[in-house]
Design a protein around this ligand. Structure first.
Ligand code: FPP
Length: 248
């Protein structure tokens, strides 16, 4: 029986929808922003876990393109939290070998955040201990549409033969280009949906859902997800017999 401690059964890329901050705070009769601050502590636990277990890539959905429609006060508090976190954590992440990347529509963010994102990416460029991608202002449909627009423009300019557009070319223009597709997707907070996260890359990803609210995340929960993952048979459209090398 495979166990999560076998390197072959560790995900190479973990993608997470961190849901439940608001409910966690409301249950304590505190403002939703209190939950987001607790959520930032859970992000640290998750990064420490990936570094300790040797999971090489972690992608976190921190702010969706739809989250802009939340009350201005909550959006403002999240922006301040992102900014403060970038100010206080990037040096330490760089020292620990974490490479930071951002995917999403940056133009929508205030200049001071865009500058911090660019600085964080430059300060951690080339670090491969853990590639940490923060999806902020991100939507899976937006990412695919943007990549298609880029390819269409190149084709219209005569620099690209439309016949050469295939799955791998399109994937190479998406935000997560260069990383393996996520092996394991986790969503906290009880809802069982993808919510416009990594629509292209989750095609063959193992999905794992938990009722636990994001700020309550701990190592034991992540261990449970990993050991469930290690027991799953990933067939990628083949049969079990084919996978075992036993023919069709
Ligand atoms: C979803 O919970 C969470 C968010 C929209 C924000 C995620 C932000 C963090 C985890 C904190 C900081 C992150 C970084 C990278 C510093 P929700 O508000 O939708 O919760 P609910 O479903 O209970 O309302």
């Amino acid at each position: 029986m495979p166990s999560s401690s076998d390197a072959g059964h560790l995900p190479r890329h973990l993608a997470i929808i961190m849901d439940g901050n608001g409910r966690w705070a409301e249950r304590r009769h505190r403002p939703r922003t209190f939950g987001h601050r607790a959520g930032a502590r859970a992000v640290r636990i998750c990064i420490d876990f990936c570094l300790a277990r040797g999971i090489p890539a972690l992608t976190l959905f921190a702010f969706s393109s739809e989250n802009w429609k939340r009350p201005a006060e909550e959006v403002g508090a999240l922006m301040r939290l992102f900014m403060r976190t970038l100010d206080t954590e990037v040096d330490e992440l760089a020292r620990r070998g974490v490479g930071l990347r951002f995917i999403g529509e940056r133009a929508a963010f205030p200049q001071e955040i865009r500058e911090r994102m660019a600085r964080a990416e430059a300060a951690t460029a080339g670090n491969t201990g853990l590639v940490l991608t923060l999806a902020i202002g991100y939507g899976g449909r937006w990412d695919i549409a943007r990549a298609c627009r880029e390819l269409a423009a190149e084709a219209a300019a005569g620099r690209l033969d439309p016949a050469s557009i295939d799955e791998s070319l399109l994937a190479s223009r998406l935000g997560l280009a260069g990383l393996p597709e996520p092996d394991l997707f986790i969503r906290t907070g009880g809802d069982m949906r993808i919510s416009n996260f990594l629509l292209w890359q989750l095609a063959y990803t193992e999905l794992w859902f938990t009722q636990t609210l994001w700020p309550d995340l701990d190592e034991a929960l992540l261990e449970r997800a990993l050991s469930d993952y290690a027991r799953r048979e990933r067939r990628f459209g083949l049969t079990s017999a084919q996978l075992a090398g036993g023919g069709t």
